[in-house]
Ligand binder design. Structure first.
Ligand code: MGD
Ligand code: MGD
Ligand code: MO
Length: 708
């Protein structure tokens, strides 16, 4: 028996980007395990990925191109050849372009794989060259990134490994043990060395349960808390005057602004007692090194952007950045010198093409469009909108349109793929080659393919090579091999890659970026914030230019197409939908619904696979406070209906006092089709944007719950 170990990297849209060792026997992957040599992976894979070979060899895999033979959405398909599939796509697109213009074609993608060459941008050059509508991907962390950029710039922030030196750690809207679990050992080590761990979350999650102090907060009110912390540290002179004078701008204006946000005001918004808010501010300011780790969830409300603006001001106010293990951690992805323009090629667009936001897919497909032709063809890859975007009923109506030509590249017949006219088989990470950034640590990774592609599955890079050829594009850029694409994907002259060679990377599978050691690194000890002023901007000069989407990999409205001007000082924006801000609506729909990540699913990945279904359940579950359940006659395990004026879905009730009263939790990622009444949480979520970066507000929503 020929056995070998192949080093690769986890493809998922997750901060941890683990180094994976795959055992291959006679060409078949028989096991995967975490690489013990990787300082962040430390030999452990999570419950989603530790049986990845079962995903690869699942009998549900799509392994051949398929053409729809039944009605739309029926899931009846027949096998066709790649030549037929690509030929049909090219013929349909050429006809659409001739009749309606290329903007009638809409690509739609996200991070099914996070690989730099197969991931987010793999289709951008082709669609840009065709002049298709541009999909603006503000799926994740877009308000947060915009706010972060306005305040401290595109800095990696605190090295996640430096947390071992922290003495005060705030996990703010971040469920580390479920969504960033390889960061936990560093937090645990800090705790063992005496650090205090504070978790701010409406839910006593498995992470909050291990905290020294859990502050339960009403969803979407975090900005009031952050501003009140600013108020207290300034009023009580807990600030670092020297750091502020040298490395910040706008302190006096911030102080004036914060004076109105008293702990009492924040208490009335957040539900956290004023004494606790004062205590939190005092402890945070006087226990160095103090660090805040924000989760993506903090942005999913009307004021999500300003929340991150306010939080990002805190570390500079108290001089936290002076210490190793002090400051703020958001997405260290900014440290990776990825050659985004080369991956996206916006320069190939024949003109500035129409932009359609991912959150408006249902609207766009049902004719509610900014301008230009109706969408006649949708091309989905690396994404599952039926499970992950709002206005589910509208999206379903759009996908069911007989005149819409839909192509989906997938591993499985997802809820979205079921509506396709053509389904194309995609390889998994074990079958493809890639280079990977991380948004949770500072190691560059290389994924060696472990096995040959199954069936006729192809990588996304190969898919787009085939499509470009079929669309008669002869630019050699579209013919490049994976190796050539990997070579061009990074700026190898960047100081961050000093001493790292691709050859070596292929062998080791990972390399730490060339940055100071986590035991020594305090990136903003001496200021040097990558903002226009070089300082932490309490008063943002970028805000004066208007609301925009941080261009990094997202495509869409960059700073050159910014929207309305933004107040340059942090300010509180209350949730759109809460019993306090929408009392009339709350009479009918009194409960605040949030839809965080599921522990055992990765967005909608694994929602169809048996091992993860055992942990997450096959069907949507909803967690309610026992008193909220009792007053509605709901018992544990009962089928319930969750509804508002937008729609409804059914689920099974879990009762737990871990959830704040008045809040219901419907974890995201369950498949539509395995659910009662074929709907999930996005049947009730709103299409409104948050204040910055056109981020979603899907955890800013009121619902009612009743027995089904
Ligand atoms: N297991 C697992 N891991 C994942 C993913 C997954 O689907 N499953 N997805 C990956 C992706 S794409 C992302 S973006 C990250 C996201 O990572 P996180 O941001 O950690 O994810 P969430 O679970 O959405 O939210 C974290 C916590 O915020 C809380 N929360 C919700 N609303 C509020 C609020 O208004 N204020 C406060 N303070 N807390 C709030 C939720 O109760 C939840 O416990 O996780 C990645 N990792
Ligand atoms: N209610 C609610 N909605 C949310 C969220 C939430 O927390 N709650 N989270 C939001 C966030 S943070 C995110 S990031 C988005 C995620 O939204 P999506 O990225 O659309 O979600 P995924 O479920 O990860 O879908 C990725 C799909 O890509 C497929 N895939 C994987 N690898 C490959 C490949 O190599 N090639 C091809 N062609 N396909 C592949 C997978 O099988 C999967 O079906 O959802 C957002 N929506
Ligand atoms: Mo995400």
């Amino acid at each position: 028996m020929a056995q070998s170990i192949v080093v690769g990297a986890c493809p998922h849209d997750c901060p941890d980007t683990c180094s994976i060792l795959t055992t291959v026997e006679d060409g078949k992957a028989i096991a995967v395990r975490g690489n013990p040599d990787h300082p962040f992976t430390r030999g452990r894979l999570c419950v989603k990925v530790n049986n990845y070979e079962e995903r690869v060899y699942s009998d549900q895999r799509v392994l051949y191109p398929l053409r729809r033979v039944g009605p739309k959405g029926s899931g009846s398909f027949a096998r066709i050849s790649w030549d037929e599939a690509v030929g049909e796509i090219a013929a349909r697109w050429k006809a659409i372009i001739a009749e309606s213009g290329a903007e009638a074609i809409l690509p739609y993608s996200y991070l099914g794989t996070q690989g730099i060459i197969n991931g987010l941008n793999v289709g951008d050059p082709l669609f840009n060259k065709l002049g298709a509508s541009v999909s603006e991907r503000t799926f994740c962390d877009s308000a947060s990134c915009t706010a972060y950029m306005m305040t401290i710039g595109h800095t990696p922030g605190v090295d996640p490994e430096s947390f071992v030196h922290s003495k005060y750690i705030i996990l703010w809207a971040c469920n580390t043990l479920s969504t960033n679990s390889h960061h936990w050992p560093f937090i645990e080590k800090a705790k063992k060395s005496g650090a205090k761990l504070v978790v701010i979350d409406p839910v006593r999650t498995r992470t909050a349960a291990l905290a020294d102090w859990h502050l339960q907060i009403r969803p979407g009110t975090d900005c009031a808390l952050a501003l009140a912390m600013i108020h207290v540290v300034i009023k009580e002179q807990l600030i670092d005057r020297d750091y502020i004078d040298k490395h910040t701008i706008g302190f006096d204006e911030l102080a004036a602004r914060a004076s109105t946000y008293t702990p009492e005001f924040a208490a009335s918004e957040t539900g956290i007692p004023a004494e606790d808010i004062i205590r939190l501010a005092r402890e945070y300011a006087t226990t160095p090194p103090a660090v805040v780790r924000i989760g993506v969830a903090v942005e999913r409300h009307a004021g999500g952007g300003q929340t991150v603006r306010a939080i990002a001001c805190l570390p500079a106010l108290i001089g936290a950045w002076k210490h190793v293990g002090g400051g703020l951690l958001q997405l260290p992805i900014w440290a990776f010198p990825v050659n985004w323009p080369n991956l996206m090629r916006p320069d190939l667009q024949p003109a500035k093409m129409r932009v359609i936001n991912t959150w408006r897919l249902g609207a766009a497909l049902t004719g509610d469009l900014p301008e230009g032709p109706p969408i006649r063809s949708l091309f989905v890859y690396n994404a599952n909108p039926m499970a992950m975007v709002t206005e589910q009923d509208r999206l379903e109506r759009g996908l069911a349109r007989e005149d819409l030509f839909t192509v989906v590249s997938e591993h499985f017949l997802t809820d979205t793929a079921k509506y396709a006219d053509i389904v194309l088989p995609a390889t998994t990470q074990l079958e493809q080659k890639d280079i990977m950034f991380s948004w949770g640590h500072l190691y560059l990774s290389y994924n060696n393919p472990a096995i040959a592609p199954l069936g006729e599955a192809v990588s996304n890079t190969e898919l787009f090579r085939r499509l470009a050829a079929a669309m008669d594009i002869d630019d050699p850029f579209f013919l490049r091999s994976d190796d050539e694409m990997i070579e061009a994907s990074m700026d190898w002259t960047s100081p961050a890659l000093r001493g790292i060679s691709l050859e070596q990377l292929k062998k080791t599978g990972f390399a730490r970026l060339s940055l100071q050691h986590p035991d020594e690194w305090a990136p903003h000890r001496d200021g040097n914030f990558p903002t226009p002023s070089g300082k932490c901007e309490f008063k943002s000069s970028i805000a004066e230019g208007g609301n925009f989407v941080v261009p990094l990999f997202r495509q869409g409205y960059g700073a050159d197409q910014a929207g309305d001007p933004v107040d340059p000082l942090p300010h509180y924006i209350a949730p759109n939908e809460s019993p306090m801000t929408a009392p009339a609506e709350a009479e009918r729909y009194p409960l605040s619904l949030i839809s965080p990540k599921s522990h055992a699913l990765l967005n909608s990945n694994y929602g169809n696979l048996p091992a993860q279904q055992v942990l997450a359940g096959e069907q949507q579950m909803v967690v309610l406070h026992p008193e909220d359940a009792a007053s509605r006659g709901i018992v544990a395990g009962a089928p319930i209906r969750v509804f508002n004026h937008r729609g409804s879905f059914e689920a099974f009730a879990t009762l737990s006092a871990d959830v704040m009263r008045g809040v219901v939790v419907a974890p995201a990622g369950y498949w539509h089709r395995s659910n009662r009444k074929g709907a999930t949480v996005h049947a009730v979520t709103p299409p409104a944007y948050a204040d910055l970066g056109r981020a979603p507000t899907f955890s800013d929503v009121l619902v009612q719950v009743a027995t089904a």
